[in-house]
Write a protein that binds this ligand. Structure first.
Ligand SMILES: Cc1cc2nc3c(=O)[nH]c(=O)nc-3n(C[C@H](O)[C@H](O)[C@H](O)COP(=O)(O)O)c2cc1C
Length: 207
């Protein structure tokens, strides 16, 4: 096994808190059915939870304008923003659909979903169309478990063999209140056990 150059560090003990990082900061689009207009909410507490069926979760506070929309429509899209979209992502996470038409005011384009009524965000390189299967009322946040019914991905991110090169698109990451771009690729799945190890260089695209 390769030896990493990591040294032990002294630790202080805190009470349990939500310190997981980095996490994504995604644009969740909802509404566009059941009398609800389309809305956007920025979500950092999102994650893949199952590969077969493909599923993800988002955690949403009930006081959000988006909460009853998500609950009643039972559908939403998860849109991956690029680092260049950080200010727009932040804005969608500090103003409410109660007071703002976030699609109109941000300049983001709502494109119809293929499998859901909720729109996707055209400017995002990848969008997942999701159908809610379960809502877990955990506490401050309620967890929406959802099946990913379809994925819309920018054609320009596919290589000749159809492989997705999402790394090129300089995705946005979020760490304890701060936005980051992903930086350089330093390895790939399984590279620690390959005979000739070495990172596959992937360079972010300028957008
Ligand atoms: C980076 C970032 C991440 C956020 N993550 C979450 C989250 O995971 N869950 C949540 O309920 N609110 C989250 N928020 C807050 C909502 O996005 C914010 O309250 C938003 O204004 C709600 O919009 P709405 O009232 O139109 O639904 C986040 C905000 C930011 C800026």
């Amino acid at each position: 096994m390769p030896q990493s150059k990591i040294t032990n560090s002294r630790k202080v003990i805190w009470p349990g808190s939500t310190q997981l990082a980095p996490v994504p900061a995604v644009l969740v689009a909802c509404g566009n059915s059941g009398g609800h207009k389309a809305n956007l909410i920025t979500i950092a507490w999102a994650g893949i939870v199952c590969s077969k069926p493909p599923m993800l979760s988002i955690s949403v506070r009930p006081e959000r304008f988006s909460y009853p929309i998500l609950r009643e429509c039972g559908e939403f899209s998860v849109n991956l923003p690029t680092a260049q979209m950080a200010a727009t992502v932040d804005w969608c996470g500090v103003v409410s659909g109660r007071d703002h038409d976030k699609f109109a005011e941000s300049g983001l384009t709502a494109v119809p979903g293929k499998q859901i009524s909720a729109p996707i965000v055209a400017e995002c390189p990848l969008s997942m169309e999701c159908k809610v299967t379960q809502i877990l009322e955990l506490g401050a946040h309620h967890l929406f478990l959802a099946e990913i019914l379809a994925v819309q991905v920018s054609e320009e991110l596919l290589d000749a063999s159809g492989r997705l090169n999402l790394e090129r698109d300089n995705l946005l990451a979020y760490v304890h209140g701060h936005y980051y771009n992903l930086g350089e690729c330093i390895g790939h799945f399984g590279f620690s056990v390959r005979k000739k190890p070495g990172p596959v260089k992937r360079t972010p695209r300028k957008r």
